[in-house]
Write a protein that binds this ligand. Sequence first.
Ligand SMILES: Cc1ncc(COP(=O)(O)O)c(C=O)c1O
Length: 387
Amino acid sequence: MKIETFGLERWMTRWELHVEYDIAESGILPMTARELLNLLPQEEREPLLAELLDTPLGYSEAPGSLRLRTMLAETYHDTGPQNILVTTGAIEANFLLFNVLISPGDHVVAVYPAYQQLYSVPRAIPCDVSLWTLRPENEFRYDLEELRHLVTPRTRLVVLNTPHNPTGVALSTEELREVYDIAGSVGAQVLCDEAYRWIEMPDSLPLACPVRDLGEHGISVGTFSKPFGLPGLRVGWIAGQEELIAACWAMRDYVSLSPVKLSDALATIALGCREQVTTRTQAIIRQNLATARLWVANHADVVSWQEPQGGLLSMLRYNIDIPSRELADRLAGEYSVMLAPGSAFGYEGYLRLGLGQEPAIFAEGLRRTATCFADLGASGVQMTSVS
Ligand SMILES: Cc1ncc(COP(=O)(O)O)c(C=O)c1O
């Protein structure tokens, strides 16, 4: 398989170990194993820790432990453990699904911009991929009329992601149902990357239900990376029809074989503590959102944004005549701040901001960004739009 370079990943790995103020991160501040265990009632901690330490580190149940699959299944309607495959992150879930669901020459509609895997892997298969583009002039909204025009009787799969990386837009259940119905009208399935499931903004409208809950052509992908702050576990999952799960499992035999046993166990603990984890996530978001609102208001001559409706990400529009890649490199190299270049998403004149960082680091990252903007202004760079 010949595949395009994953542009953003390459850029992030260039800087992420060198900057002090990473506010480009797409996840929430990761938890330590101790923090996770401390969410349990005191009397359960010691025995559980002993159980973890005594776990034989052999291969685990290949589709994920029955306990974890059962608990995940309970977060969907009409779903049992046979409808869940635990994977190595959402990234493996998506990869398996693309390889099982679509074949060379198939027509696929994929959201753009997006986590690049969502359109680059279908292109590499190679499928005929039509991009369903979210446009700044349309407030990055999913345009359902456009989807109606993009699908054809040849369309096998519609791929979307809500809440959305990188814009923070989110579909309602009614809108997701329309997507499901439009895909269904041509016999296509819907793969919804729900990596940001459960991450709501304070006072925002309720997020869509998982697409799995809409019917048998809906396939949900989830992960412990974003809502739980546990990307290092590398645990994600697929929720779908039993035959699809079996086919993805068969494909997985060639890729990663089974989940990591300790990761499966820690993910099970995290899912059991979902309420406490959500409280932690919401506290970080609330604080960073307040900081970002104030910062944008104080620098309204240079930046504007559309607050996320869900998830953790948003695009910051800046009003300085410098390409986003050059600006992001300058911020990282000279100010030790990481903000992802909008050009990686086809949005020139933007930087992607993540609300999941530790609040003091987040605030300092924004402060330094404002200093960079002021320095650019003082050095004579035009304060005009680049696009
Ligand atoms: C939309 C989306 N899907 C999937 C992934 C991959 O997540 P995981 O760590 O679960 O593999 C990411 C990571 O940033 C993402 O943003």
